[in-house]
Design a protein around this ligand. Structure first.
Ligand code: SIN
Length: 281
């Protein structure tokens, strides 16, 4: 059986069927999946029955699995992190701000893979914003301001001991195994506009959040531009809203999209397992 690809009809995203991700995939299937990922940026596979070893094996067929700083891994699976929120939890929704995963690392991961285990009846969608499209459609005046800029990325506002997830109070109220560290204070420069490592296509990389400043700009000037930019980057026309089902796997290209979690499922549990692929091979 060959893989079928059904585009979402939104700014990005496609559903792939006709493949069992628990098996060792054929080279043709792996190529089809990578090609679909680079074309649609976010691809989902409903009806997959995967244990954590399957999830790691699938990710490993796309490329080497990477680090997940500041999150603990589940027992026996050093690459699987659990994104979980219990029904009675009052913590802030984790990752509800726009970001590209671990963009503050020297080599940010190319791909994230998330598998839905417990999915609420409503709410808990993941939003994606197509950053190739956001750059391509950007008004000339804004584009001329951002093209050559270098952004300073850092995890400090999220995972330092003072960060939104790192304080003792935040950790106590969250079911996610968060491991704050002083290393979160470090910074890493990346161009604001990047050539995609595989397709060469230009896209905006990251946004205000993990981006804390712009090189060669004063703090206020940089912040104003980053706010203006994030507003553009996340306009409705660039968004794909992903609705989860249990046993659905979603993977996305961190160099082409921003993403964020959403709430709206109070009183219901939500649990997903994630692996991160450093680079597509
Ligand atoms: C993430 O940012 O990896 C989590 C997204 C989600 O929970 O919807």
């Amino acid at each position: 059986m060959s893989i079928s690809i059904d585009p979402s009809g939104q700014s990005c995203g496609a559903t792939l069927t006709g493949v069992d991700l628990a098996t060792d995939l054929s080279p043709v299937d792996i190529e089809t999946i990578k090609h679909a990922l680079f074309e649609h940026h976010v691809i989902c596979f409903p009806g997959q029955h995967l244990c954590d070893s399957d999830l790691e094996r699938f990710g490993g067929q796309i490329g080497p699995l990477g680090p997940d700083p500041y999150l603990g891994h589940i027992d026996g699976h050093e690459h699987v992190v659990e994104i979980v929120r219990e029904a009675d939890e009052n913590s802030a929704i984790h990752a509800e701000v726009w970001h590209s995963d671990w963009s503050f690392l020297p080599d940010p991961p190319e791909v994230s893979v998330l598998y839905g285990i417990t999915i609420p009846d409503e709410g808990g969608d993941t939003l994606f914003a197509n950053q190739r499209m956001a750059l391509a459609q950007m008004p000339a005046d804004l584009r001329s301001k951002v093209l050559e800029l270098t952004a300073t990325h850092s995890a400090k506002d999220a995972y330092s001991y003072q960060g939104i997830y790192g304080t003792e109070e935040a950790r106590k109220s969250s079911s996610i195994d968060i491991r704050p560290s002083e290393t979160a204070m470090e910074t890493e420069p990346h161009p604001l506009v990047m050539n995609h490592p595989h397709t060469g296509m230009q896209a905006l990389f990251g946004c205000l959040g993990y981006i804390i400043a712009l090189e060669d700009k004063g703090y206020i000037e940089g912040l104003k531009l980053l706010m203006e930019l994030r507003e553009w980057q996340t306009r409705d026309e660039f968004i794909y809203r992903h609705k989860w089902q249990p046993d659905m796997l979603v993977m996305w290209d961190n160099y082409s999209v921003l993403h964020r979690a959403t709430g709206g499922y109070e009183g219901q549990p939500r649990k997903l397992h994630r692996v991160t692929v450093s680079t597509v091979e």
